[in-house]
Design a binder for this molecule. Structure first.
Ligand code: AMP
Length: 410
């Protein structure tokens, strides 16, 4: 068994991760930490929930802390971490605070929806690290609030999403502002043609790393798909929620409107719910997410904004009210369950707890919830026009999920 010390991490970082309860590195951490520490360009495929954040952050923070700029009047920006969503940006800020305790590094996190002037003002004393979504970075760079010409490490987290967001022009601007000589670090849960092409163009002598089992968390997730006409969907969802009798579930829909509508219906029917989508103010989104984590209400209804990066301890059920058009999004959605580490134990607890209390004996999902070795359960309500997506999802996850008839629930 490899331990963190063998991977070349220093005592401060080891103490920080020990405090977080990490006992041994995950597969992707074992493979990436040395590569990133060596300064090599790194292209890693790391499934969601397998500890990919620490896989690049731990070595990166260690590298940055080798030089101390805490006394400098203006700290040069030495690392840029680009992420697709605000949620992931905020989560990363927290991970940097946790993993980088006592390292004297200053991080500034940027994303849209916040006054640009106040973000610009934060750069008066510079920063060691910027975590940002692409558009706000480019907008703020125009104000000359900071300079990116000292960046030594450029990380793209959820890189597959970054290259497919139609942000290539933004990415080109960012790359042009960075020095030629730098370490490129690409982490992605799923590989794609666009990403491979991007890697071939921008990475040099890259170290290609893939977790041993490409989607280990997926093996621990039970998948159930029901055929369901659109007009029956709400009732089917209510039946499912009643039957599961779960502490909470994350429910995915496709559009902002559907989030609003479904939250209304759920609450009217006694299922305490909140929604998040990208037109809800950032502050509200954060509050709602925190309240969901704290179990203040039971059901979070979300668009795919919540399918990536969000880390909710002890979440067992994900429900696809509609299937996502992109099969990779299915992987990301269900990956909100079965998270690495502490959460895994907790999901087991939820699995055990959910089983004996399931109500309707007639409902097959009640039986499925009894599965002990599963770390998450994803249900999908598939309307006829979405059936063609099932095959694509099956290919993406490497399993065949059979479409079942909705159980009759009295
Ligand atoms: P990530 O894939 O980076 O989103 O991490 C998923 C979860 O695993 C987070 O809750 C991390 O805190 C946790 N985690 C990461 N690395 C380890 C580890 N080596 N041991 C235990 N938990 C970990």
């Amino acid at each position: 068994m490899t331990i963190f010390a063998e991977l070349g991490l220093n005592a401060t970082i080891q103490a920080n991760i020990t405090q977080l309860g990490y006992k041994k590195p995950t597969d992707i951490q074992e493979k990436s930490i040395g590569a990133v520490l060596s300064g090599a360009d790194t292209y890693a495929i790391a499934p969601t929930g397998t500890g990919k954040t620490a896989a690049y952050l731990l070595p990166l923070l260690q590298e940055l802390s080798q030089t101390d700029y805490s006394e400098a009047q203006v700290r040069p920006i030495r690392a840029l971490i680009l992420v697709p969503t605000r949620e992931l940006a905020l989560q990363l800020e927290q991970s940097i605070a946790d993993y980088g305790k006592a390292l004297k590094l200053r991080t500034i996190t940027l994303f849209g929806g916040v006054r640009i002037e106040s973000q610009a003002n934060r750069f008066k004393r510079g920063a060691d690290i910027i975590v940002s979504t692409p558009k706000r970075l480019v907008d703020l760079a125009k104000t000359k609030a900071f300079d990116l010409n000292k960046v030594q490490h450029f990380v793209m987290d959820e890189a597959d999403r970054l290259v497919s967001m139609g942000i290539m022009p933004l990415l080109a601007k960012i790359l042009a502002a960075l020095p030629k000589k730098k370490q490129m670090i690409l982490f992605s849960a799923t590989n794609s043609k666009a990403l491979t092409q991007f890697g071939q163009t921008h990475l040099k002598n890259q170290k290609f790393i893939e977790a041993l089992d490409n989607q280990p968390a997926l093996d621990k997730i039970k998948h159930t798909m029901y055929r369901c006409n659109r007009e029956n969907k709400k009732q089917a969802l209510f039946n499912l929620l009643n039957s599961l009798n779960c502490e909470r579930a994350l429910i995915f829909v496709r559009t902002k409107n559907e989030v609003n509508l479904l939250v209304e219906r759920l609450n009217e029917n006694g299922f305490s719910s909140e929604g998040i989508h990208n037109e809800i103010l950032q502050k509200k989104r954060q509050e709602r997410l925190l309240a969901f984590k704290n179990k203040t209400y039971k059901f979070l209804v979300a668009t795919d904004i919540a399918s990536r990066g969000i880390d909710i301890d002890d979440l067992y059920y994900v429900i696809n009210y509609d299937l996502p058009v992109n099969s990779n999004d299915y992987i990301h959605r269900v990956g909100r369950t079965a998270r690495t580490g502490t959460s895994v134990k907790a999901t087991n607890k939820e699995a055990k707890k959910a089983a004996p209390t399931t109500i309707h004996k007639s409902a097959p999902w009640a039986k499925q919830a009894k599965t002990r070795d599963m770390l998450g359960h994803a249900f999908s309500l598939v309307s006829p026009e979405q059936e063609r997506l099932v095959e694509k999802i099956n290919q993406a996850i490497g399993k065949t999920i059979a479409l079942q008839r909705l159980p009759n629930v009295k």
